[in-house]
Design a protein around this ligand. Structure first.
Ligand SMILES: [Zn+2]
Length: 127
């Protein structure tokens, strides 16, 4: 017997490892990833190293600090590279023990204020 689960989009039964639902053709894997959160670029300083990577913020969290302050002992980074004075070494996925982190900096923020400016500008010119 194959393990099965309901498709989260159409409710029809699909195989657990299915990537695309055979009923509604939704890419279940990528659609769920989009639904569950977003990545932000961060720089993480541990006692002896500095890392650049993508930090996953689940949809139920709003800020990077929520992830840092949750009860899980590790901070998970994707597309990570280790920064040294001479070079940058790509290491891919990395889980950093929060106990050795000295600071975390956000490298990329959503340009929210810029978008808001644009919206108000458009409204202004239209009237
Ligand atoms: Zn489906």
């Amino acid at each position: 017997m194959e393990p099965e689960k309901p498709c989260p989009f159409c409710g029809e039964t699909i195989r657990t490892e299915a990537i695309v639902c055979k009923h509604c053709r939704t890419n279940v894997v990528s659609a769920l990833q989009k639904k569950e959160g977003r990545f932000v670029k961060v720089r993480v300083k541990t006692r002896d190293k500095v890392y650049h990577g993508d930090l996953f913020i689940p949809h139920y969290f709003h800020r990077v600090s929520d992830v840092i302050n949750d009860e899980r002992p590790f901070l998970s980074l994707a597309n990570t590279s280790e920064q040294t004075k001479a070079s940058e070494i790509y290491i891919g996925f990395l889980a950093v023990n929060k106990a050795v982190i000295e600071w975390v900096r956000l490298l990329e923020e959503k340009p929210k204020s810029e978008k808001e400016d644009q919206v108000s500008y458009e409204i202004y010119t239209a009237s």
